[in-house]
Each structure stands twice: as structure tokens, then as C-alpha cells.
Ligand binder design. Structure first.
Ligand SMILES: [Zn+2]
Length: 193
């Protein structure tokens, strides 16, 4: 499948981004320094399965377990600082006030992120979110698109203010494995401050 563009539906975008997530997750978890054939197969299978309706993203159960396991660290920078609760998708953008959307963040990240889109905020700091944090974000984002019944609408036809996340996030290039910027959970040495 070719990479979706602004003429593609949101379903095609989510198929691609979820497939990329599954590929990256597998590769980072097994410690690969470059993508191998098995990783591309994982991505291709997910994209095909998602578009046919045979595969879906799992509920946030595992993500909640991850959150509890990392309850002492900021999910954005990995630091063990004084933590507060943050809405991953900001309330001001229409993110739900529910446990699924609440994460632990240090005060520094919390006050810097404010109501910005999580992914674009990371990019603005020349960082990329950890795979498991991005997974929660993308699941919530996909759910919001399903709830708004916009999955089969073309990317270009979806008004920016209809979604609680910035839809340009779906077009973002992911870092390569070689760059070593992809991690399952943030490492404080990446924070840069
Ligand atoms: Zn932080």
C-alpha cells in the first residue's frame, strides 16, 4: 500500500499509522537496530487486516497496565520528578476527562505542553514520543474519529476543528530505527534538559 496522502480517507491513514506503530513496537521490543523483513510483514498484515475489518486496535487495557507500571515517571520525558496528571489529548481540544486519557507528567512537561497536540509538541522540541505513549494517543485519536463517524472521509475534507488531535500528526515521518530515537518508554537522557 502506498503511503496515504491528503486524498486518502482517515481509515487509510489510521491503517498506515497503526501498522507503522505495530512494526516499530516489534522492532524496538526485540532490540533491532534496523527494520527487518518480519517487521515489514507485521506492518503489511496489520494494514490489510485493518482495512478489511479483520483487525482492530486492542482496547486500552494493556496501556493502563503500562501506565501503572511506570507511575513514578513522566510519560513524556521519563524523569522521576514531582508528577502531576495530564490529559494526553487536552480537554480544551475535546479530549475526554476519563482515565484512558489521563497520564503522569512532570510539571515541566505539563506546563510546556499545555493544550498543544502531544505529537506536535514533541516535534517542536525535536523529540519523538515513546512508542507506548504514542500508542495510547493514536488509540484515543482513532476512537475520536470513529465516534465522529469520519473514518471514511478524506483527510483533506475533515475540518481541523472536528478532531481533538491535530490531523497533520497523521502525515508525520517517523524516525528511523538507526536514529535510535524510538523507545518503548521515554528515557530521561533524551529530554535534553
Ligand atoms: Zn516530563
Amino acid at each position: 500500500m502506498k503511503k496515504p496522502d491528503d486524498q486518502s480517507t482517515l481509515r487509510e491513514h489510521f491503517a498506515h499509522v497503526y501498522g507503522t506503530l505495530a512494526m516499530a513496537h516489534a522492532a524496538v521490543r526485540d532490540g533491532s537496530t534496523r527494520y527487518r523483513r518480519i517487521h515489514f510483514i507485521i506492518r503489511a498484515r496489520f494494514i490489510k487486516g485493518y482495512l478489511s475489518g479483520a483487525m482492530k486496535m486492542r482496547p486500552l487495557y494493556e496501556d493502563e497496565r503500562t501506565k501503572i507500571a511506570h507511575a513514578a515517571t513522566c510519560c513524556y520525558c521519563g524523569r522521576k520528578a514531582k508528577l502531576s496528571l495530564d490529559h494526553l489529548i487536552p480537554r480544551l481540544r475535546g479530549g475526554p476527562d476519563a482515565a484512558d486519557n489521563i497520564v503522569y507528567a512532570c510539571r515541566s512537561c505539563n506546563s510546556s505542553k499545555q493544550d498543544k497536540d502531544m505529537l506536535l509538541w514533541h516535534m517542536s522540541k525535536d523529540r519523538f514520543p515513546a512508542v507506548l505513549v504514542l500508542r495510547r494517543y493514536l488509540k484515543l485519536a482513532g476512537r475520536s474519529v470513529e465516534d465522529a463517524n469520519l473514518m471514511d472521509t478524506r483527510w483533506i475534507d475533515v475540518p481541523d476543528d472536528r478532531l481533538p488531535f491535530d490531523k497533520s500528526a497523521l502525515l508525520i515521518e517517523w524516525p528511523t530505527l538507526e536514529s535510535q530515537r524510538l523507545r518503548l518508554w521515554p528515557d530521561p537522557t533524551d529530554a535534553g534538559t
